[in-house]
Design a protein around this ligand. Structure first.
Ligand code: AMP
Length: 493
């Protein structure tokens, strides 16, 4: 299917081509025709699936660009407001459709001016309600979109949303997007939608299929070591680590910074300016690792996150879906990695069932395995490197005192020392041990689930453990932290 198969305006199609979109995403395939037919809609789609275009393209295609506000998009956070605005601006600019972004914490004057010139307003609930209740603005949009509705309810915006709708025209087309469909969302949908069509991706698609999901079983005290080892092994370009509590975020920021990673924490109570600066640094690559709580990461929209780590398993399946949806965006692949203790195996099995996806158990790579990976990548990088004139000069100088083999050994030792892997040899539980614990946990549902068995680890830690472990080992072939821009082992099988 192509975008030209939809009945979209030429200027909108041209913008889609300019954006480089080749093929509509699943939610776009389902939603765009329904919206163009004028239906209200409730769509289950998480961020990263192309939902902004799923509503943006058809509603903009139907707009007249007559100078009035024709569309209103309500989003939970300021960051999402900016992100959605940017995306809609791209789609609308060839059609003469302007976008205004409305959120709290900034002066009213400019925002009101922009609203007066806009065809689409993208707003957070608090500020929008203020503007409407104080009479500073009047809106008469035909198209109303609630984006990430479940997040808005979680954040306690239900009253604001209901109130906002009392200011909106009865004759309208309303679209609601939500990653999850808890009862509160369904109730709200009944109130504000008129005979809606449903776009629901099947359960197995509720987490993006571009995301490979792994879990590793570790003892409670091994979490920090396991995290560092996995980052060393996966060598993510950009990753987000989720924690349950703010104090855990602080502690991990200190711990990973001490290990030499470029890390920053994201706090719910961070000043908005500071938050923006940090997020920009993450987007631009000045920071590789973000550590955040669920609340702090709300609305965080970064496109090329390669890995999401759950330092602790989230409290519920919905948070799990939200967290891992930060990777695998825009058709790219991503990995979601969860650390669980033996006592949490039942929870991970429940999440697996709820999200309808397979979570793969893996064994944490040993120090030697990571080291070997890095060596492979280093060899590849050396082989890929161009010889420079300066290097030839340097070797000539060294040859005054040393023979060529010694020079080579010295240089190799120097680069090798930069990629040495720290930490314990073995971390976490072996596969057979995990399987046994899962079996017990599932049999003994009333009981504590596997606590007793955790002690006898020694027997599982030999070759046995390695034989069955690590399906994706060697897949990455990446270099260590020092070799980020290197030739990632491309010619090494
Ligand atoms: P969203 O779910 O709207 O936040 O979109 C996630 C990312 O995917 C954004 O960067 C979009 O520009 C991009 N995107 C949306 N639809 C497509 C598509 N059909 N093809 C390629 N990229 C897309």
């Amino acid at each position: 299917m192509k975008f030209t198969d939809f009945n979209l305006k030429d200027t909108i199609l041209a913008a889609v081509t300019e954006a480089g979109f080749k093929e509509p995403s699943p939610v776009q395939k389902d939603a765009i025709p329904l919206v163009l037919e004028g239906h209200d809609m409730i769509a289950q789609a998480q961020t990263g699936t192309g939902k902004t275009a799923a509503f943006g393209l058809p509603i903009m295609s139907m707009m007249k660009a007559d100078g009035s506000v024709e569309g209103l998009v309500i989003v939970p956070t300021r960051e999402l407001a900016m992100q959605v605005s940017d995306e809609l601006f791209r789609f609308g600019k060839l059609s003469g459709l302007k976008t205004a972004t409305v959120y709290g914490g900034t002066a009213y004057g400019k925002q009101i001016e922009r609203i007066k010139q806009a065809s689409i307003v993208v707003a957070t609930p608090g500020r929008l309600q203020d503007l409407l209740m104080s009479g500073k603005i009047k809106l008469n949009p035909h198209f109303v979109v609630l984006d990430e509705a479940d997040e808005m309810l979680d954040m306690g915006f239900l009253d604001e949303i209901k109130n906002i709708f009392t200011f909106l025209p009865k004759e309208r087309q309303t679209l609601m997007f939500s990653a999850t469909m808890p009862k509160g969302i369904r109730r709200l949908a009944e109130e504000i939608l008129n005979d809606p069509k449903t776009v629901s991706i099947t359960k197995s698609e509720s987490t993006n299929s571009n995301i490979t999901q792994y879990y590793y079983v570790v003892q409670e005290r091994e979490r920090d070591d396991a995290l560092v080892r996995l980052i060393d092994y996966k060598n993510p370009d950009k990753c987000i680590i989720f924690c349950r509590m703010k104090k855990e975020v602080d502690r991990l920021v200190a711990h990973l910074t001490a290990q030499g990673f470029k890390v920053s924490g994201l706090h719910g109570d961070m000043e908005q300016k500071q938050r923006e600066v940090t997020i920009r640094a993450f987007k631009q690559g000045g920071i590789d690792i973000f550590i955040a709580t669920d609340v702090a990461a709300r609305g965080l929209d970064v496109n090329d996150v390669t890995h999401v780590f759950n330092y602790h398993i989230p409290f519920d399946s919905e948070s799990y879906v939200h967290r891992i949806g930060r990777t695998g965006r825009g058709g790219k692949s991503g990995e979601a990695i969860t650390l669980v203790s033996p006592n949490e195996l039942r929870t991970i099995k429940r999440i697996e069932k709820d999200v309808g996806a397979k979570l793969i158990t893996q064994v944490i790579p040993t120090r030697i395995e990571v080291q070997n990976n890095r060596n492979d990548a280093l060899i590849a990088r050396i082989a890929d490197t161009q010889i420079t004139d300066k290097a030839i000069e340097l070797v000539k100088t060294l040859q005054h005192d040393l023979d060529i083999v010694t020079i080579a050994h010295l240089l190799a030792s120097m680069v090798q020392s930069e990629i040495s892997v720290k930490g314990k040899d073995n971390i976490g539980l072996g596969l057979e041990e995990v399987e046994l614990l899962i079996e017990r946990a599932m049999q003994n549902r009333g009981g504590g689930g596997g606590g007793r068995n955790n002690r006898g680890r020694g027997g599982y830690r030999g070759n046995n453990r390695r034989r069955s472990g690590g399906g994706d080992r060697n897949k990455h072939g990446r270099n260590g932290r020092s070799g980020r821009n290197g030739g990632h082992g491309s010619n090494r099988g």
